[in-house]
Design a binder for this molecule. Sequence first.
Ligand code: FES
Ligand code: FES
Length: 168
Amino acid sequence: MTQIAQSRLPISLTVNGTQHAFEIEPWVTLLDLLRERLALTGTKKGCDQGQCGACTVLVDGQRINSCLSLAVSRDGAEVTTIEGLAQEGELHPLQAAFIERDAFQCGYCTPGQICSAAGLLAEGHTHTRAEIREHMSGNLCRCGAYTNIADAIEDVLQPRLAMREAAE
Ligand code: FES
Ligand code: FES
């Protein structure tokens, strides 16, 4: 057995609902695992340093920068990427709202923006447009589509907030 083979570690991940087993080197990031081993290239590599948010995915329901996360540290986790947000052929409401609001230009940041927005909705502590901007500030868009991105997220957030208030 070579030294490299010896240094591989077994992990399992459930990605977009499907369980996978890997043998990986301890330095492989979750981002590279998703893109290079599973060919899930919807998740983008921007800065590769935790500064742009292009690589945002959901791990156990929480948004993280996958470029900063070693895959071995996520053994047993559930990962959702942009490819896993649509359900049974139906776009996720955020995906539909981004299209409706024309919330992208080049589109490179869009998967990270949408995954981050999905995390924001799940966190439940965003109520206003100012808070959307604040809580999405880790996701950069070089094209400057921020107004439309905030519009799209607001379109999905506000009806949910109204429903929650009505139920209380
Ligand atoms: S690629 Fe991960 S934050 Fe930029
Ligand atoms: S749409 Fe181009 S970087 Fe965001």
